[in-house]
Design a protein around this ligand. Structure first.
Ligand code: ADP
Length: 461
C-alpha cells in the first residue's frame, strides 16, 4: 500500500531555551518554477499601476503592521534570541517607518528630465520584473523591509525567502503586506540554501540578498548564466580606530555597544579595535568594565541586554575563532575563555581579547559574535594600514579630536565611516559596502534606483 510522506517542515527552536517556537512548511524545490510563473503574471498588473498608486496601496498595510508588531517582535526574539525590547523596537519600526520608507522610494524612482541645448531626455525607472529577496536572521524584520519594499514600489513582483532561522516573523510581516496587495505580487517561500539557490536559478530578473560573503559568491555564480541583476549586501569586519586624543569614555561606550549588541550579530558590528598605545590601557580597562557589567540572559526578560547566539552553529564559529586565537597567544581579559566556567547552551559571554595578531582568523574572518579584539598601534598610519588590511569594506568608526578623526576617516576604505559615532548616515544616505562587503547597495536615492532599470527616452528640442 502506498504511504504518503508528511510534507517537510522547518521546526524553529528558541536558542535561549530550546523550546519549540513553531514550524513552517518547506517549499518543495519543484514548486518554485510555478511560484515564479505566478509572480510573472501578477507583475504585469502591478507594473501597470502608477508609482503613486503602488505606494498608496503599500501604505494601506500600516494598520496591519502596527497591529501585528507585538506578535512579530515576540516571534523574532523567540526565533533568533534578540532581547525582547530590541525585537519589539524592530517590529514597531516596520509600521512607524513605513511612510518614510515608501516616500523615499517614490522620490528616488520618479521620472527625471535632463536637457541640453539640443536634446530633452526623460530618465524613467522601470521594474526589472520578478525579484527574489533572500534575507538573513540577524534583523529578521528590518532586512525584509529594506529588501522587499523598494522592489515592490519599483513595480517588481517579489518572491521572499526569509532565513530558515527566522521564518515565522518574516511570514508574519509578509502577511501584513499581502493583505493589501493584489494576489501573488508578494509571495513567500520557505527553506534553506537549497530553496534559495533554486529560486536564484529559476529565471528571476533581480536578486536582492543580505547575508554572508560565501553565499553572495554562490549567488553570483548562479546568476551569471542569466546575467541576473544583483544587489548583494555581504559581511564585514568593521574596524574601530581610537586615536590618542579620543574621548575614551565615549569610545569605550561605543566599543561595548557596537561589539556586543545583538550578541555581535550585526553586519556593522565592531570586529577589530585599533587603539593608540598611549591610551590603550585606560581604554581597554573601560571596555572590560563595560563587557562584564552587561546583563546576559533569556531574551524574553525585559532587562536582558545580550541574549544567546542565534544557533549552535553560530556559537561554534565564534568559539573556534576564540580558541584558535588563544592557542596562538591572545589573552582573554573578560568573557568566554577567561578561565571561568564556559557558558551553557548557545550563550557566549561578551569577550575582550588583547595580544591578537593580524594573522589570526578572529582578525581576518567575520566573527558575528560578542568579541572585541583590541590591538595597540603606535601611529595613525599603522592604525589605517591595519584597518584597511581586509577584503571587507562595510562600516568603520574613528574616535578622536574631530578634525584629526576626520582626516583619518578620509583614509579608510570602508563604504560607511563614522566620526565619533557609528557608521550610519543622515536620512537619505545609502547603506553601502565597498569591495567584498557589497555588490550593489540599497538605501537613499542611489540605492533605491538599483531596484529598477533606468532607461533614457530622448527627443530633439
Ligand atoms: P548565515 O550564515 O548568516 O545564515 P547565509 O548567507 O548562509 O547567512 O544565509 C542568508 C540567506 O541566504 C538565508 O535565507 C539562506 O537560506 C540563504 N542561502 C544560503 N545559501 C544560499 C544559496 N546558495 N543561494 C541562495 N540563497 C542561499
Amino acid at each position: 500500500m502506498p504511504t504518503t510522506l508528511p510534507a517537510p517542515v522547518l521546526t524553529i527552536r528558541n536558542p535561549a531555551t530550546g523550546a519549540v517556537v513553531g514550524e513552517v512548511p518547506v517549499t518543495p524545490i519543484d514548486v518554485i518554477p510555478a511560484v515564479v510563473a505566478r509572480a510573472r503574471i501578477a507583475q504585469a498588473g502591478w507594473a501597470a499601476r502608477t508609482l503613486d498608486e503602488r505606494a498608496a496601496m503599500l501604505l494601506g498595510a500600516k494598520g496591519a503592521l502596527a497591529a501585528a508588531a507585538e506578535r512579530m517582535g515576540t516571534l523574532a526574539s523567540q526565533e533568533m534570541g534578540k532581547p525582547i525590547k530590541e525585537a519589539l523596537g524592530e517590529a514597531k519600526y516596520a509600521a512607524s517607518g513605513l511612510e518614510e520608507m515608501v516616500r523615499e522610494a517614490v522620490e528616488a524612482l520618479r521620472e527625471e528630465v535632463l536637457e541640453d541645448a539640443n536634446v530633452t531626455t526623460r530618465l524613467v525607472f522601470d521594474p526589472f520584473g520578478v525579484a527574489a529577496a533572500i534575507t538573513p536572521w540577524n534583523f529578521p524584520i528590518l532586512m525584509p523591509v529594506q529588501n522587499v519594499l523598494p522592489a515592490l514600489v519599483a513595480g517588481n513582483a517579489v518572491i521572499f525567502k526569509p532565513s530558515e532561522v527566522s521564518p515565522l516573523c518574516g511570514q508574519a510581516w509578509a502577511e501584513c503586506l499581502q493583505s493589501v496587495l493584489p494576489e501573488d505580487v508578494l509571495q513567500v517561500i520557505h527553506g534553506d540554501g537549497k530553496q534559495g539557490a533554486a529560486l536564484v536559478g529559476a529565471g528571476v530578473d533581480l536578486v536582492v540578498f543580505t547575508g554572508s560573503r560565501a553565499t553572495g559568491m554562490a549567488i553570483m555564480r548562479e546568476a551569471a548564466g542569466h546575467l541576473t541583476r544583483l544587489i548583494l549586501e555581504l559581511g564585514g569586519k568593521d574596524p574601530l580606530l581610537v586615536l590618542e586624543d579620543a574621548d575614551l569614555e565615549a569610545a569605550a561606550t561605543f566599543a561595548v555597544r557596537n561589539s556586543f549588541r545583538n550578541a555581535g550579530q550585526v553586519c556593522v558590528s565592531t570586529e577589530r579595535i585599533f587603539v593608540h598605545e598611549s591610551v590603550a590601557d585606560r581604554f581597554t580597562q573601560l571596555v572590560v568594565e563595560g563587557a562584564t557589567s552587561m546583563k546576559q540572559g533569556d531574551s524574553a526578560d525585559e532587562s536582558t541586554q545580550i541574549g544567546p547566539m542565534s544557533s549552535a552553529r553560530q556559537k561554534s564559529i565564534v568559539m573556534r575563532q576564540l580558541q584558535e586565537a588563544i592557542a596562538a597567544g591572545a589573552r582573554c581579559l573578560a568573557g568566554e575563555c577567561d578561565g571561568g566556567p564556559a557558558s551553557a547552551g548557545n550563550f557566549v559571554r561578551p569577550t575582550v581579547l588583547v595580544d591578537v595578531t593580524p594573522q589570526m582568523s578572529i582578525m581576518r574572518d567575520e566573527t558575528f559574535g560578542p568579541v572585541a579584539p583590541i590591538v595597540r598601534v603606535n601611529s595613525d598610519a599603522q592604525a589605517v594600514a591595519m584597518a584597511n588590511d581586509t577584503p571587507y569594506g562595510l562600516g568603520a568608526a574613528v574616535f578622536g579630536a574631530p578634525d584629526h578623526a576626520a582626516r583619518v576617516a578620509e583614509r579608510l576604505t570602508a563604504g560607511m565611516v563614522g566620526i565619533n559615532k557609528g557608521c550610519g548616515g543622515a536620512d537619505g544616505s545609502p547603506w553601502v559596502g565597498s569591495r567584498h562587503s557589497g555588490h550593489g547597495f540599497h538605501g537613499g536615492k542611489y540605492g533605491t534606483r538599483q531596484f529598477a532599470q533606468v532607461r533614457t527616452i530622448s527627443r530633439s528640442r
